[in-house]
Design a protein around this ligand. Structure first.
Ligand code: HEM
Ligand SMILES: [Fe+2]
Ligand SMILES: [Fe+2]
Length: 437
């Protein structure tokens, strides 16, 4: 694990530990931040239990364990503090562990024996033995609803937890600092758009950050911002469209409410079920009218007699494509699927610099085709489409992660379990082609 000094003023030093090339691929890269001030050491978001041995080895080269007086958890996530019980066991008994009050009962699942200090929403100040202070300041809803940052008034550094996080491509790096801000945006964008959902909280946080006036912002993932990049980051964040992912709920409701459109992936219920019998048919609320320009007509199979509410009954032996609800259902599922996949740091690197709008379009065509839909697929075959990614390390782990997102989306949309099985089997059958085997 790498270690770099971020800032040093006499006996007051900020260290970053991370960029661990030995860490397993399916674990997100995290920065473990350590402040040494006089005789005290403070750990900020000490990280997951998987990285504990490497972090401990790197840390003990710099400080002795007995000096660790304070441990701070910005929020409840496992990458923040699932190592807690291991730290508690090696630190002195009087080590103080701080976290947002909301999470005390939850973080105890990591370690029921730790005694935790619940920090109120407004924050709290830690007084170090040198007389200097560290201020826990609110950062709620960004992304966690109970979330704190740590501001160091002496060094003028703000530890921002997941705010400012970047998911960087694999490989060695030589710095913990952003070099060219404009080029760094691509590694932050998808994460912030999806994981931050609440603009009012974002704006309030930016106001607070400007008031504190840090000369450095240090996030828990990716690279730190200093000097002009602090302002560049705050400006960029203020303009960002956040809360993407909400639209998948709005879309479904819109489609369900519009009489002339298709209800995607309905749950069979007595109000939509009709002859011949629930055992031999599954209902799909297909549109009788295809007047909406966004919805393609569904020529296979020919519509059966309609119900009074405008829904049609599709026989069980109709193509899967028709049984799930045709193009509109595929559209909704593929959009939701990519919001999951693109915001999953375990696989998002494969989608850097990819035209995702086009990818979604091709994926919709592909799925519609393999599910038995009428339209041709005009994209590349699975081997060619993924050859570059396989060369870049795409393997079964990533395939499973992506397939699981699809399963999750289908489950969330309450697709019938037998249909889900059918879909997952088809998707599973592409594995060897996608992985170029
Ligand atoms: C689960 C089975 C999968 C299916 C059915 C599938 C399907 C597709 C389709 C239809 C395309 C469009 C090809 C074109 O544009 O002509 C595509 C491209 C792509 N897929 Fe997949 N995919 C699968 C798994 C994965 C996985 C596991 C990843 C990465 C984690 C991935 C990443 C990509 C990327 C990045 C592209 C764009 C490639 C480029 O434009 O260079 N896919 N995939
Ligand atoms: Fe988090
Ligand atoms: Fe995180």
């Amino acid at each position: 694990m790498d270690c770099q000094i971020l800032n040093k003023q006499d006996d007051h030093i900020w260290y970053a530990f991370g960029q661990d090339l030995a860490k397993p691929d399916n674990i997100i890269d995290t920065n473990q931040i350590v402040i040494c001030s006089g005789n005290d050491t403070v750990l900020l978001d000490p990280g997951g239990m998987e990285i504990f041995p490497n972090f401990l080895a790197a840390l003990t080269e710099k400080v002795s364990i007995e000096t660790i007086k304070h441990i701070f958890l910005s929020h409840q996530d496992p990458d923040i503090g699932s190592s807690l019980s291991l730290w508690r066991r090696i630190c002195n008994n009087d080590v103080k562990i701080y976290l947002p009050w909301m999470w005390a009962g939850f973080v105890s699942h990591f370690d029921a024996e730790s005694s935790l200090i619940s920090v109120p929403d407004e924050g709290m100040t830690i007084r170090l033995s040198s007389g200097r202070t560290l201020d826990m300041v609110p950062a709620h809803f960004l992304h966690s609803p109970g979330n704190l940052n740590m501001f160091d008034p002496h060094a003028q550094i703000l530890f921002s937890g997941d705010i400012g996080a970047a998911l960087l491509p694999k490989g060695p790096r030589n710095s913990f600092f952003v070099d060219k801000f404009d080029q760094h945006i691509q590694y932050m964008e998808a994460f912030h758009k999806r994981w931050l959902g609440y603009s009012e909280a974002r704006d309030a946080w930016i106001g607070q950050a400007r008031r504190l006036g840090p000369k450095m912002i240090v996030p828990q993932h990716g690279l730190c911002f200093k000097d002009d990049d602090v302002d560049a980051f705050l400006d960029w964040l203020g303009d960002l469209e956040i809360g993407v992912g909400v639209s998948v709920m709005q879309e479904v409701t819109k489609l369900a409410e519009a009489p002339s459109t298709v209800t995607p992936l309905p749950k069979p219920g007595p109000e939509t079920l009709s002859a011949p019998s629930p055992a031999t048919s599954s209902t799909v609320a297909l549109a009788e009218s295809t007047s909406s320009p966004t919805l393609a007509p569904d020529p296979t199979p020919q519509p059966q007699p309609g119900n009074a509410d405008g829904t049609l009954v599709i026989k069980q032996d109709a193509p899967l494509f028709a049984r799930i609800g045709g193009d509109p259902a595929v559209d909704v599922v593929v959009d939701a699927f990519y919001s999951h996949v693109l915001s999953d740091p375990r696989v998002s690197r494969f989608f850097e610099n990819i035209d995702t709008k086009n990818l979604k379009k091709m994926q919709k065509q592909f799925m519609a085709m393999v599910f038995g839909g009428p339209d041709p697929y005009t994209g590349q075959d699975m081997r060619s489409a993924h050859a570059r990614l396989v060369a870049d390390g795409l393997d079964d782990t990533h395939f499973d992660i992506v397939a699981n997102h699809l399963l999750e989306v289908l489950t969330n949309f309450q697709v019938d379990p037998p249909l889900i099985d059918e879909i997952m089997q088809i998707v599973g059958s592409t594995r060897d082609d996608v992985l170029n085997r």
